[in-house]
Design a protein around this ligand. Structure first.
Ligand code: C2O
Ligand code: CU
Ligand code: CU
Length: 471
């Protein structure tokens, strides 16, 4: 897991930035702020929750107060950053209507429900079913999978427009999405003790406006926000909390740890609950990855505990401060068994080999030796069959492999049996020279899906490909 960190140290040394024209609302001044706010001076904000069956997300400009002084003009869903958290029971149909109310310079939009088992038309394709300026698209999610309910999971939604995802997400087009599942243990912390956290980094100019300069190696910021707030504090009681943590940064990985040396109890990944909780003291979380954690503040009344990012030094190391300021009776518990993994066919129908690589031309990445083309299909898995995909990283940089449509189970990483915290996921860190073997079963959905690196500038610099599920 040190590869990503090494990769990012390397980033700062490389001067290979490719400039794209300043789009509306994107700052172009020197990437520095005059004001350096004191950490932990603002409370954490929990994004508003939408739970209706029919949801409207309007992509529009909004002035968001992030730093002291001028508000930051962002591209938002419904006027906030993060966008509203969508929270829906599994097994029920949800429609999300995306209205594109952004200035024409933003271009057409597409909304991807990341981690969802969506049909091809409803998956937020990068170059099809787009919402033009002034137009809209309605996505339908059935909440079902393989003849049952979709597994409870912490997902997120974001723009997925071809060649512009990095810019669009940086400008604010991202929100969280939770599928609640009655099959998950009910004793886990819930209600106000179940808190989704979106971590992002951004760079602001002297007028507090976002600065985005495309760089095919990845764009990182010099401020860290949790739920859109710069280094917030959060008042907690002396009991267990469930934190669903999403790294929604374009390119930056985080190495999470608590300042008092206390450990986390990891209960889930992108793809829902683990079979059993895993105790961990440091957790690396790459872009698009999620970790579902329980932190127990029992016996810590009066203490301040900081969620840190050990991958960096200095002020950016401080992400979020917990202030244990209330005494409460514990009402939750974490069972020693959470949820078994779905059983997959032991003898896969096909084995594929996929190579993540670097193109000769600077500023382009490849999958299977080729840059992305919406007209190319790499392979055609058959519906209701299981395959193994061996994914190798020959590119000399770390990547985050994200496969749409279905969850994947890890068979091995570098020839070794998987760690107990990465048994089933859909976004995988793949360090330099690493190999992972995944098993995946194609259920319900026919048609075309993308898979790609989730370092958004790698994706925009063509590290994306397609497969088509056929009858
Ligand atoms: Cu989070 Cu293909 O996306
Ligand atoms: Cu996705
Ligand atoms: Cu990559």
């Amino acid at each position: 897991m040190t590869h990503l960190t090494a990769h990012h140290r390397h980033l700062s040394l490389v001067v290979a930035a490719i400039l794209i024209g300043p789009a509306l609302g994107i700052g172009t001044a020197a990437p520095a702020t005059a004001v350096s706010p004191v950490p932990f001076s603002k409370p954490l904000v929990i994004p508003r929750v939408l739970s209706d069956a029919n949801i409207t997300l309007t992509a529009k400009l909004a002035d968001v107060q992030i730093l002291p002084g001028a508000a930051t003009r962002m591209w938002t869903y419904n006027g906030t950053f993060p966008g509203p958290t969508i929270r829906r029971p599994t097994g029920t149909t949800t429609t999300v209507r995306l209205i594109n109310d952004l200035p024409a310079a933003a271009g057409a939009l597409t909304l991807h429900n990341h981690g969802n088992h969506s049909t091809s038309e409803n998956d937020g394709q990068p170059d099809a079913f787009l919402a033009a300026r002034g137009g809209s698209v309605t996505y339908t999610y059935t909440g079902t999978e393989a003849g049952g309910n979709e597994r409870g999971a912490f997902q997120w939604y974001h723009d997925h427009r071809m060649n512009a995802t990095g810019r669009n997400v940086w400008m604010g087009l991202a929100g969280m999405y939770i599928i609640d599942d009655p099959a998950d243990p009910k004793s886990l912390p819930r209600g106000g003790f179940d808190v989704p956290l979106m971590i992002t980094d951004r760079t602001f100019d002297a007028n507090n406006q976002l600065v985005y300069t495309f760089n095919a190696l990845g764009v990182t910021g010099n401020r860290t926000l949790v739920n859109g707030v710069l280094q917030p504090y959060f008042r907690v009681a002396d009991r267990k909390y469930r934190f669903r943590i999403l790294n929604a940064s374009n390119a930056r990985p985080y190495e999470l740890a608590l300042s008092n040396g206390q450990s986390f109890l990891q209960i889930g990944t992108e793809s829902g609950l683990l079979p059993a909780p895993v105790r961990r003291s440091r957790i690396t979380i790459a872009p698009a990855e999620r970790v579902d954690l329980v932190i127990d503040f029992a016996g810590r009344l009066g203490q301040n505990i900081v969620l840190q990012n050990l991958a960096v030094t200095g002020s950016m190391r401080q992400l979020l401060q917990f202030r244990v300021s209330r005494d409460l009776i514990e009402t939750s518990s974490v069972p020693s068994k959470l949820r078994p993994l779905p059983a997959l066919d032991p003898s896969p129908a096909a084995a594929r080999r996929i190579e993540f690589g670097r193109a000769r031309i600077i500023g382009t990445w490849t999958i299977n030796g080729q840059p992305f083309s919406p007209d190319r299909i790499d392979f055609r898995p058959r519906l209701n069959t299981t395959e193994t995909w061996t994914i190798v990283n020959k590119s000399g940089a770390a990547h985050v492999i994200h496969i749409h449509d279905v969850d994947q189970q890890l068979v091995s990483r570098n020839g070794v049996a998987p760690a107990r915290y990465e048994l089933m996921k859909e976004s995988w860190t793949l360090g330099i020279g690493e190999t992972i073997v995944l098993k995946l079963k194609f259920t319900d959905n026919l048609g075309t899906f993308v898979y790609h690196c989730h370092i958004l500038e790698h994706e925009d610099a063509s590290m994306m490909a397609q497969f088509e599920v056929v009858p």
